[in-house]
Write a protein that binds this ligand. Structure first.
Ligand code: PMP
Length: 311
Protein backbone atom coordinates (compact mmCIF):
# COMPACT_ATOMS: atom_id res chain seq x y z
CA UNK A 1 0.00 0.00 0.00
CA UNK A 2 1.57 3.26 -1.08
CA UNK A 3 -0.51 5.76 0.89
CA UNK A 4 -0.76 5.05 4.60
CA UNK A 5 -3.06 6.73 7.12
CA UNK A 6 -2.98 6.56 10.91
CA UNK A 7 -5.47 7.94 13.40
CA UNK A 8 -5.22 7.65 17.18
CA UNK A 9 -3.60 4.28 17.49
CA UNK A 10 -4.81 2.64 14.29
CA UNK A 11 -3.43 2.31 10.79
CA UNK A 12 -6.34 2.67 8.37
CA UNK A 13 -7.13 2.56 4.69
CA UNK A 14 -6.57 6.24 3.73
CA UNK A 15 -9.96 6.37 1.99
CA UNK A 16 -11.66 5.08 5.12
CA UNK A 17 -9.88 7.31 7.66
CA UNK A 18 -12.37 9.89 9.02
CA UNK A 19 -11.83 12.85 11.34
CA UNK A 20 -14.77 13.21 13.79
CA UNK A 21 -16.81 16.41 13.44
CA UNK A 22 -15.86 17.53 16.96
CA UNK A 23 -12.13 17.20 16.30
CA UNK A 24 -10.61 20.55 17.39
CA UNK A 25 -8.21 20.54 14.49
CA UNK A 26 -11.25 20.68 12.22
CA UNK A 27 -13.27 23.13 14.35
CA UNK A 28 -10.51 25.58 15.34
CA UNK A 29 -7.29 24.57 13.62
CA UNK A 30 -6.31 23.91 17.25
CA UNK A 31 -3.21 21.84 16.70
CA UNK A 32 0.27 21.60 15.25
CA UNK A 33 1.94 19.47 12.63
CA UNK A 34 5.22 18.29 11.18
CA UNK A 35 6.40 17.01 7.84
CA UNK A 36 9.47 14.87 7.32
CA UNK A 37 11.09 13.73 4.09
CA UNK A 38 11.84 10.04 3.58
CA UNK A 39 14.85 9.13 1.43
CA UNK A 40 15.49 5.44 0.68
CA UNK A 41 13.00 4.50 3.37
CA UNK A 42 14.66 6.60 6.09
CA UNK A 43 13.10 9.74 7.62
CA UNK A 44 15.65 12.55 7.24
CA UNK A 45 16.52 14.75 10.25
CA UNK A 46 13.66 13.15 12.18
CA UNK A 47 15.08 14.10 15.59
CA UNK A 48 15.06 17.79 14.63
CA UNK A 49 11.44 17.53 13.45
CA UNK A 50 10.43 15.87 16.72
CA UNK A 51 12.20 18.60 18.70
CA UNK A 52 10.32 21.28 16.73
CA UNK A 53 7.04 19.44 17.32
CA UNK A 54 7.79 19.53 21.05
CA UNK A 55 8.33 23.31 20.87
CA UNK A 56 5.11 23.84 18.88
CA UNK A 57 3.07 21.71 21.29
CA UNK A 58 4.50 23.46 24.34
CA UNK A 59 3.79 26.86 22.74
CA UNK A 60 0.06 26.22 22.54
CA UNK A 61 -0.28 24.10 25.67
CA UNK A 62 -1.02 20.70 24.16
CA UNK A 63 0.40 17.79 26.09
CA UNK A 64 2.81 15.76 23.98
CA UNK A 65 1.14 12.35 23.68
CA UNK A 66 4.37 10.50 22.88
CA UNK A 67 7.97 10.24 23.95
CA UNK A 68 10.68 10.86 21.34
CA UNK A 69 11.22 7.11 21.07
CA UNK A 70 7.51 6.51 20.49
CA UNK A 71 7.40 9.16 17.74
CA UNK A 72 10.39 7.60 16.02
CA UNK A 73 8.78 4.16 16.27
CA UNK A 74 5.41 5.38 14.95
CA UNK A 75 6.92 7.19 11.97
CA UNK A 76 9.21 4.32 11.06
CA UNK A 77 6.31 1.89 11.34
CA UNK A 78 4.19 4.07 9.01
CA UNK A 79 7.05 4.27 6.50
CA UNK A 80 7.53 0.50 6.70
CA UNK A 81 3.83 -0.08 6.05
CA UNK A 82 3.85 2.27 3.06
CA UNK A 83 6.68 0.34 1.40
CA UNK A 84 7.51 3.65 -0.31
CA UNK A 85 11.21 4.46 -0.26
CA UNK A 86 10.63 8.12 -1.29
CA UNK A 87 7.83 9.86 0.58
CA UNK A 88 6.61 12.67 2.80
CA UNK A 89 5.20 11.92 6.23
CA UNK A 90 2.79 14.54 7.58
CA UNK A 91 1.56 14.25 11.12
CA UNK A 92 -0.78 16.39 13.18
CA UNK A 93 -1.38 16.65 16.91
CA UNK A 94 -4.55 18.46 17.97
CA UNK A 95 -6.13 19.31 21.30
CA UNK A 96 -8.47 16.39 20.82
CA UNK A 97 -12.10 15.60 20.21
CA UNK A 98 -14.72 17.43 22.30
CA UNK A 99 -18.00 19.36 21.74
CA UNK A 100 -17.21 22.77 20.29
CA UNK A 101 -16.27 25.36 22.92
CA UNK A 102 -13.30 27.71 22.97
CA UNK A 103 -11.99 26.71 26.40
CA UNK A 104 -9.58 23.82 26.50
CA UNK A 105 -11.53 20.59 26.87
CA UNK A 106 -10.74 17.64 29.07
CA UNK A 107 -9.69 15.49 26.15
CA UNK A 108 -6.74 13.48 25.00
CA UNK A 109 -4.66 14.97 22.15
CA UNK A 110 -5.47 13.49 18.76
CA UNK A 111 -2.76 12.18 16.44
CA UNK A 112 -3.20 11.70 12.70
CA UNK A 113 -0.58 10.86 10.10
CA UNK A 114 -0.19 10.14 6.41
CA UNK A 115 2.64 8.78 4.29
CA UNK A 116 2.50 9.67 0.59
CA UNK A 117 4.96 8.94 -2.20
CA UNK A 118 7.05 12.00 -3.00
CA UNK A 119 10.18 12.11 -5.06
CA UNK A 120 10.51 15.89 -5.37
CA UNK A 121 9.46 18.01 -8.29
CA UNK A 122 11.54 20.33 -10.42
CA UNK A 123 10.00 23.80 -10.77
CA UNK A 124 10.09 25.32 -14.25
CA UNK A 125 11.43 28.90 -14.37
CA UNK A 126 11.05 29.25 -10.59
CA UNK A 127 10.18 32.81 -9.73
CA UNK A 128 8.56 34.24 -6.61
CA UNK A 129 6.01 36.99 -5.98
CA UNK A 130 6.37 39.47 -3.11
CA UNK A 131 3.20 39.64 -1.03
CA UNK A 132 2.41 41.26 2.32
CA UNK A 133 3.01 38.96 5.28
CA UNK A 134 -0.23 39.40 7.20
CA UNK A 135 0.04 36.29 9.33
CA UNK A 136 -0.30 36.43 13.10
CA UNK A 137 2.69 37.31 15.26
CA UNK A 138 3.74 33.71 15.93
CA UNK A 139 4.61 32.03 12.64
CA UNK A 140 7.44 30.28 14.54
CA UNK A 141 4.79 27.84 15.82
CA UNK A 142 4.00 25.20 13.21
CA UNK A 143 0.24 25.36 13.72
CA UNK A 144 -2.48 23.94 11.52
CA UNK A 145 -3.75 27.51 10.96
CA UNK A 146 -2.30 27.96 7.49
CA UNK A 147 -5.00 30.12 5.92
CA UNK A 148 -2.75 33.15 5.22
CA UNK A 149 -0.09 30.81 3.81
CA UNK A 150 -2.66 29.04 1.65
CA UNK A 151 -4.02 32.34 0.29
CA UNK A 152 -0.55 33.73 -0.41
CA UNK A 153 0.56 30.57 -2.21
CA UNK A 154 -2.64 30.56 -4.27
CA UNK A 155 -2.24 34.25 -5.25
CA UNK A 156 1.38 33.59 -6.26
CA UNK A 157 0.39 30.51 -8.21
CA UNK A 158 -2.36 32.39 -10.08
CA UNK A 159 0.31 34.89 -11.16
CA UNK A 160 2.50 32.03 -12.40
CA UNK A 161 5.01 32.11 -9.54
CA UNK A 162 6.17 29.03 -7.63
CA UNK A 163 6.02 30.69 -4.25
CA UNK A 164 4.94 33.82 -2.38
CA UNK A 165 7.81 35.70 -0.76
CA UNK A 166 6.32 37.38 2.30
CA UNK A 167 7.22 40.90 3.40
CA UNK A 168 6.43 42.38 6.82
CA UNK A 169 7.09 46.10 7.39
CA UNK A 170 9.43 46.13 4.38
CA UNK A 171 11.47 43.13 5.55
CA UNK A 172 11.39 39.80 3.75
CA UNK A 173 10.43 37.12 6.24
CA UNK A 174 10.03 33.80 4.38
CA UNK A 175 7.98 31.97 1.76
CA UNK A 176 4.45 30.67 2.31
CA UNK A 177 5.95 27.20 2.86
CA UNK A 178 9.70 27.75 2.66
CA UNK A 179 12.54 29.84 4.05
CA UNK A 180 14.21 32.54 1.97
CA UNK A 181 17.92 33.13 1.40
CA UNK A 182 19.92 35.84 -0.36
CA UNK A 183 23.56 35.96 -1.45
CA UNK A 184 25.56 39.20 -1.74
CA UNK A 185 29.26 39.29 -2.44
CA UNK A 186 29.59 35.57 -1.62
CA UNK A 187 27.88 35.95 1.78
CA UNK A 188 24.45 34.75 2.83
CA UNK A 189 21.56 36.67 4.39
CA UNK A 190 18.53 34.94 5.87
CA UNK A 191 15.88 36.14 8.32
CA UNK A 192 16.75 35.23 11.92
CA UNK A 193 14.75 32.35 13.34
CA UNK A 194 12.82 34.63 15.68
CA UNK A 195 9.03 34.76 16.16
CA UNK A 196 8.36 36.05 12.64
CA UNK A 197 9.36 32.95 10.68
CA UNK A 198 9.12 29.22 11.00
CA UNK A 199 12.56 27.92 11.89
CA UNK A 200 12.84 25.47 9.01
CA UNK A 201 14.57 22.16 9.57
CA UNK A 202 16.11 22.52 6.11
CA UNK A 203 17.18 26.05 7.09
CA UNK A 204 18.96 24.65 10.14
CA UNK A 205 20.65 21.98 8.00
CA UNK A 206 21.68 24.46 5.29
CA UNK A 207 23.14 26.80 7.94
CA UNK A 208 25.36 23.90 9.02
CA UNK A 209 26.34 23.21 5.40
CA UNK A 210 27.20 26.88 4.84
CA UNK A 211 29.39 26.88 7.95
CA UNK A 212 31.12 23.67 6.79
CA UNK A 213 31.77 25.29 3.41
CA UNK A 214 33.11 28.44 5.05
CA UNK A 215 30.40 30.66 3.56
CA UNK A 216 29.73 33.61 5.89
CA UNK A 217 26.09 33.82 7.03
CA UNK A 218 24.21 36.83 8.38
CA UNK A 219 21.02 35.85 10.18
CA UNK A 220 19.53 39.28 9.53
CA UNK A 221 16.43 40.32 7.64
CA UNK A 222 16.75 41.85 4.20
CA UNK A 223 14.53 44.70 3.08
CA UNK A 224 12.83 44.06 -0.23
CA UNK A 225 14.23 47.45 -1.32
CA UNK A 226 17.72 45.91 -1.04
CA UNK A 227 16.98 43.17 -3.55
CA UNK A 228 18.85 45.07 -6.26
CA UNK A 229 22.07 44.48 -4.29
CA UNK A 230 21.53 40.70 -4.27
CA UNK A 231 23.40 38.22 -6.50
CA UNK A 232 21.48 35.00 -5.76
CA UNK A 233 18.17 33.99 -4.24
CA UNK A 234 17.10 30.54 -3.08
CA UNK A 235 14.38 28.96 -0.97
CA UNK A 236 14.58 25.91 1.29
CA UNK A 237 12.10 23.41 2.67
CA UNK A 238 11.68 19.73 3.38
CA UNK A 239 9.90 19.35 0.02
CA UNK A 240 12.01 21.61 -2.26
CA UNK A 241 15.37 21.12 -0.47
CA UNK A 242 17.49 23.98 -1.92
CA UNK A 243 15.52 25.68 -4.71
CA UNK A 244 17.30 28.33 -6.83
CA UNK A 245 15.09 31.30 -7.73
CA UNK A 246 15.51 33.10 -11.03
CA UNK A 247 13.29 36.15 -10.53
CA UNK A 248 11.51 38.12 -7.81
CA UNK A 249 8.54 40.22 -8.83
CA UNK A 250 5.97 42.46 -7.25
CA UNK A 251 2.45 43.35 -8.19
CA UNK A 252 2.34 47.09 -8.95
CA UNK A 253 -0.91 47.44 -6.98
CA UNK A 254 0.52 45.83 -3.85
CA UNK A 255 3.77 47.76 -3.50
CA UNK A 256 2.25 50.09 -0.89
CA UNK A 257 1.20 47.19 1.33
CA UNK A 258 4.72 45.77 1.65
CA UNK A 259 6.17 48.54 3.81
CA UNK A 260 3.48 48.92 6.46
CA UNK A 261 2.29 46.15 8.69
CA UNK A 262 -0.56 45.67 8.69
CA UNK A 263 -1.44 47.80 5.69
CA UNK A 264 -3.81 50.64 6.63
CA UNK A 265 -6.18 49.65 3.90
CA UNK A 266 -6.89 45.94 4.03
CA UNK A 267 -5.40 44.19 1.06
CA UNK A 268 -7.75 41.80 -0.67
CA UNK A 269 -6.95 38.44 0.85
CA UNK A 270 -6.71 36.92 -2.57
CA UNK A 271 -5.43 39.94 -4.49
CA UNK A 272 -5.78 40.28 -8.22
CA UNK A 273 -2.14 40.45 -9.11
CA UNK A 274 -2.52 42.56 -12.25
CA UNK A 275 0.59 44.27 -13.58
CA UNK A 276 3.78 42.59 -12.38
CA UNK A 277 7.17 44.30 -12.09
CA UNK A 278 10.43 42.40 -11.86
CA UNK A 279 12.48 43.64 -8.91
CA UNK A 280 15.30 41.12 -9.13
CA UNK A 281 16.56 38.78 -11.82
CA UNK A 282 19.31 36.13 -11.70
CA UNK A 283 22.33 37.14 -13.75
CA UNK A 284 23.52 33.75 -14.96
CA UNK A 285 25.48 31.58 -12.55
CA UNK A 286 24.42 31.14 -8.92
CA UNK A 287 27.66 29.68 -7.50
CA UNK A 288 26.81 29.80 -3.79
CA UNK A 289 23.40 28.20 -4.35
CA UNK A 290 25.07 25.53 -6.49
CA UNK A 291 27.63 24.73 -3.81
CA UNK A 292 24.91 24.35 -1.21
CA UNK A 293 22.82 22.20 -3.54
CA UNK A 294 25.77 19.93 -4.17
CA UNK A 295 26.59 19.70 -0.47
CA UNK A 296 22.93 18.96 0.29
CA UNK A 297 22.75 16.24 -2.38
CA UNK A 298 25.98 14.75 -1.10
CA UNK A 299 24.66 14.55 2.49
CA UNK A 300 21.41 12.98 1.30
CA UNK A 301 23.35 10.45 -0.80
CA UNK A 302 25.38 9.48 2.26
CA UNK A 303 22.19 9.24 4.33
CA UNK A 304 20.60 7.00 1.69
CA UNK A 305 23.50 4.58 1.76
CA UNK A 306 22.92 3.59 5.32
CA UNK A 307 20.57 0.67 5.91
CA UNK A 308 17.12 1.47 4.44
CA UNK A 309 14.10 0.89 6.69
CA UNK A 310 11.93 -0.14 3.73
CA UNK A 311 13.10 -3.52 2.43
N1 PMP B 1 8.36 28.32 6.46
C1 PMP B 1 7.09 27.91 6.40
C2 PMP B 1 6.00 28.89 6.62
C3 PMP B 1 6.80 26.55 6.11
O1 PMP B 1 5.52 26.13 6.05
C4 PMP B 1 7.86 25.67 5.85
C5 PMP B 1 7.59 24.22 5.48
N2 PMP B 1 7.13 23.47 6.56
C6 PMP B 1 9.17 26.15 5.94
C7 PMP B 1 9.39 27.48 6.25
C8 PMP B 1 10.34 25.23 5.73
O2 PMP B 1 10.50 24.39 6.84
P1 PMP B 1 11.16 22.97 6.71
O3 PMP B 1 12.53 23.18 6.17
O4 PMP B 1 11.16 22.45 8.12
O5 PMP B 1 10.31 22.16 5.78
Amino acid sequence: MAVVAYLNGQFLDPDAARIPIDERGHQFGDGVYEVVRVYSGRPFLLEWHIERLERSLAAIGIENPHTREEWVELINEAVRRSGEPESLVYWQVTRGIAPRAHLFPVAKPSVSLTVRPFAGEAAVEPWVLLLPDERWANPWVKTLNLLPNVLAKEAAHRAGAVEALLVRSGLITEGSSSNAWFVRGGEIWTHPANRYILGGITRRFVLDLARDLGIPVHEEPLSWHELETVDEVFMTSTAVEVQPIVRVAVSAGLVGSLDTWPADRPVSLLPEVGEIRTVWQARGAQPVTDRLREAFADRVARFRHQQPVVG
